[in-house]
Design a protein around this ligand. Structure first.
Ligand SMILES: [Fe+2]
Length: 541
């Protein structure tokens, strides 16, 4: 009998429609709440995204998944609540978000902090969140779970995935125990999203997601030089195809609304193909060569509020003369959407725009030296520094940084603009809130929530604390000045404490404003889910 391999994942829900994604072990017809979809096939794997229409607003539907008419989910012995689809109505938008979730068993030593065991990633904040949700009133559940990058670590697989890779091929050859291709990616996703609580959470809360570097590789697209070097290896081609094709299937298509799916030619062709593997490989190849051929960014309307999620990885322009975080087509798409009327504007980007001030200056300095401010030899050295120290956030793309700041300032300054503007991001393994100084009544904040499950090397943490403090800030300022850069006219302050524990953030946007809660995960028992504790609660407006 045909069975589920992964899922169900609830990907989309608005007032009257929803989508549910599954992976199955054979071709079949997938049924959810009376709607059906045939599986499509990619390199021998089978998937379906079931589009459910004509639902009533503000209604909770308990659902089952049937394959060829036989119920497979929830299984008969399921000990978690049955999955539900909750359609939206008017009212608040509650978004829970986070990033950087390494996969490893949910038991010691992997649940220990890094200073107690080198294998430790600490407790999983997402599992803790799911566990707490089960006993909570469903009215307190979020409308959307937003995963802001590093959903899977292709370059740092878990012990289980590494064992799977060792069985398949000679790991003395590159890329060693990193993910090599599509087949290994399917294993990585299955492992990350199959633990019972997380599988339940993903079946019951609509989830949207965007990649960051580790979904493909550390420092993905940091610079043209990096890209030229990696393209010269004999393993990269298969990795990038596997990375983008699996991303399209496991993460991207579910970000789209039913209407966007209908309008998406590639999605329609994939559904009609006997095996769409070659077709998606060709698409991924083109997307990697020319970012303007693909759009991974997407947006969601949640009542009057507008969430735009920007791809700050694959849409980059890397040639040093034109270096930018987004290409022109992507910028125009983003600027048009950000100008549309809404109550609260939320912009998701895996990489923070407002970095600690010293890192901001260091990234500007580095970029200036790479461009030749200190001569050719220094430029080569600075490129190495850029790659070694991950100097690749928005300030490392000065043109993109300025354009993004202009975009949020314009939105905040428009007379018919939103009541608040909030950037949501992740990546950097510490969480905090910043406020941008804007000459307007509309507040502009950035919330960084990272990691959900990663460890911070204790030595690095010490270096970081010195680096972002007054001495580091002064040194970075001097370096920037020596590279010919004046002080930035753009000002922002950190308005929260800094979190290093694993955490998740929740934004509630309503008629009164925007309220933020960040909760950290703490392993109070040696086994079982961690406990969440409030670490930052703040009204942003
Ligand atoms: Fe990252």
């Amino acid at each position: 009998m045909v069975d589920l391999v992964l899922g169900p994942l609830q990907r989309f829900a608005d007032d009257t429609s929803a989508t549910v994604w599954v992976e199955t072990d054979a071709p079949c017809e997938v049924g959810v709440l009376g709607a059906t979809a045939r599986t499509f096939c990619v390199h021998g794997h089978h998937y379906a995204l079931v589009e459910i229409a004509d639902l009533d607003p503000t209604t909770t539907y308990t659902y089952e998944v049937a394959l060829d008419g036989a119920r497979v989910w929830p299984p008969a012995d399921y000990d978690l609540p049955a999955p539900v689809i909750r359609t939206r109505g008017e009212g608040d938008a509650v978004i829970t978000f986070g990033s950087c979730r390494g996969a490893a068993p949910l038991e010691p030593p992997w649940t220990l902090e890094r200073d107690r065991d080198a294998r430790g990633l600490g407790p999983d904040a997402l599992t803790a969140y799911a566990h707490r949700m089960i006993d909570a009133d469903a009215r307190d559940w979020p409308d959307l779970l937003l995963l802001l990058g590093d959903q899977v670590y292709a370059d740092d697989a878990s012990p289980g995935t590494r064992a799977f890779i060792r069985q398949r091929r000679d790991t003395s050859e590159p890329p060693g125990e990193e993910i090599a291709n599509f087949e290994e990616y399917t294993h990585l996703y299955r492992e990350s999203w199959s633990t019972p609580l997380v599988r339940w959470l993903l079946s019951t809360v609509p989830v949207a997601m965007i990649f960051d570097d580790h979904d493909v590789i550390d420092d993905w697209n940091i610079s043209q030089r990096w890209l030229d070097d990696i393209r010269a290896t004999d393993w990269w081609h298969e990795r990038i195809l596997g990375g983008l094709v699996s991303y399209w299937i496991y993460q991207h298509v579910g970000n789209l609304s039913p209407k966007a799916l209908t309008d998406d030619d590639l999605y329609q062709q994939v559904r009609a193909a006997h095996d769409a593997g070659d077709m998606l490989d060709a698409f991924a190849e083109a997307a990697d060569r020319d970012p303007e051929t693909a759009r991974w960014s997407f947006n969601r309307r949640l009542g009057d509020d507008h969430l735009i999620v920007v791809d700050s990885r694959a849409a980059r322009v890397l040639t040093e003369e034109r270096r930018d975080m987004l290409d022109d087509v992507e910028w125009r798409w983003l600027e048009d959407l950000a100008a549309e009327p809404c109550r609260h504007l939320l912009i998701g980007t895996s990489l923070p725009v407002l970095m600690p001030h010293s890192v901001h200056d260091l990234e500007r300095w580095n970029q200036q030296v790479v461009r030749g401010a200190w001569g050719r030899r220094a430029a080569r050295w600075a490129e190495q520094v850029r790659q070694d120290y991950d100097l690749e956030h928005w300030p490392a793309f000065p043109r993109g940084f300025e354009r993004m700041i202009r975009l949020v300032v314009d939105a905040a300054s428009r007379s018919d603009g939103p009541e608040t503007v909030t950037l949501l991001s992740g990546d950097i393994h510490h969480g905090y809130v910043s406020r941008l100084h804007v000459d307007a009544d509309t507040p502009v904040h950035q919330v960084v929530a990272s990691p959900m499950r990663q460890s911070v090397d204790p030595m690095l943490l010490k270096a970081y604390q010195v680096g972002v403090g007054p001495p580091g800030r002064a040194v970075a300022r001097v370096l920037a000045r020596l590279a010919g850069l004046g002080p930035s006219a753009i000002r922002w302050d950190r308005v929260s404490r800094t979190l290093f524990d694993n955490h998740v953030a929740t934004i509630t946007a309503d008629a009164r404003g925007v309220y933020l809660r960040i909760e950290t995960a703490h392993q109070t028992r040696s086994h079982g889910p961690a406990e969440l504790r409030r670490a930052i609660t703040q009204r942003l407006a």
